[in-house]
Write a protein that binds this ligand. Structure first.
Ligand code: PPE
Length: 304
């Protein structure tokens, strides 16, 4: 990864190489943390964070589900995020805020341990490669099922959830694919390990509902809004595996993944086997929106 200078840790800036934790940190052993992934893009008016308030809101929502008390206010995290970008003099970056149970006692009860909060910013290019963004990625439907809400909360960004994502990712890579797609416990499509998923069928978008275990993705919501404004309807409905195979187009959405087309799933070519026309339209609109080129969506940007 590309290092930057300073990381915000519990209200103070710490040098990148000195932002360390104790080996007996609760969150390291038990996955007891919540986090966010946010992007900041260069615009004509300077760096702007995409939907920062929505991301911070989701961080607090994840903490609520986990009964974790974040020892900073919404406004403090909001300002600290922008300040971290400023002090590192970044024009474009990925932002990773995290809150986790720190070091004090071992054992499953985290409540005697401090809640530590950090915000790091660093350059992060394309998630699944430049080529993936243009031509699409090859995916494998994972043999690992997406965590069910009766086991771990898929609608919260809990660090522990990502052990499930990592297993799916590893399996896909081992089998020679670029990304995984996870089914939920009912065998319906849930999402990617770090992305929401959409298909295009007969000019309409279909995406799994939250009840299928799809994270309330901020990019997902942005795509639904942009599509609606262009007269494209989105249906939030259960998707079967074979609906994926028979889709006209398919794509992932996510802060890191942005809008990444899917060109093949388990040996079946999707649509024309490359980026489809509706995917391309939404993708190019998305990149104009995040760079502040579309007036209508300027309220999604928080200038640094
Ligand atoms: N589902 C999951 C499981 C997920 O982790 C993400 C984001 C999304 C959907 C899309 O949500 P949104 O970013 O709000 O549109 N995944 C983050 C972490 C990726 C990683 O590899 O780390 C991200 O994109 O920042």
């Amino acid at each position: 990864m590309i290092k930057t200078e300073l990381i915000w840790v519990n209200g103070k800036f710490v040098k990148w190489d000195e932002a360390k934790i104790h080996i007996l940190t609760h969150g390291l052993h038990y996955g007891t943390g919540v986090f966010e992934g946010i992007r900041c893009y260069e615009t004509k008016e300077g760096p702007a964070v995409f939907r920062l308030k929505d991301h911070i809101k989701r961080l607090f929502d994840s903490a609520k589900v986990f009964m974790m008390e974040i020892p900073f206010t919404f406004e403090e995290i909001f300002e600290a995020t922008k300040e971290t970008i400023r002090v590192n003099k970044l024009k474009e970056c990925y932002i990773r805020p995290i809150a986790y149970y720190g070091y004090k006692e071992m054992g499953l009860n985290p409540l005697n341990n401090p809640v530590e909060v950090a915000i790091a910013c660093y350059p992060w290019g394309t998630y699944l490669g430049e080529e993936g963004l243009k031509k699409g990625v090859r995916c494998k439907i994972s043999s690992w099922r997406r965590i069910d809400s009766c086991m771990l909360p898929p609608l919260a960004k809990l660090t522990a959830n990502y052990a499930n994502s990592t297993l799916a990712k590893l399996e896909a890579l081992n089998c020679g694919y670029e990304e995984a797609i996870l089914l939920n416990f009912d065998g319906k499509i849930a999402e990617g390990p770090g992305e929401n998923i959409f298909i295009v069928k007969n000019g309409r978008l279909i995406t799994p509902p939250f009840s299928a275990g799809a994270l309330p993705g901020i990019t997902r919501n942005s795509v639904i809004t942009m599509a609606k404004d262009q007269g494209i309807i989105t249906i939030e409905a259960d998707i079967l595996r074979e609906q994926l195979f028979l889709a006209d187009e398919a794509f992932f959405t996510g802060t890191a993944a942005e809008i990444t087309p899917i060109r093949e799933i388990d040996g079946r070519v999707i649509g024309n086997g490359s980026r489809g026309p509706i995917t391309e339209k939404l993708q190019s609109e998305f990149f104009r929106v995040v760079r502040g080129e579309v007036k209508k969506y300027l309220n999604w940007l928080d200038f640094v």
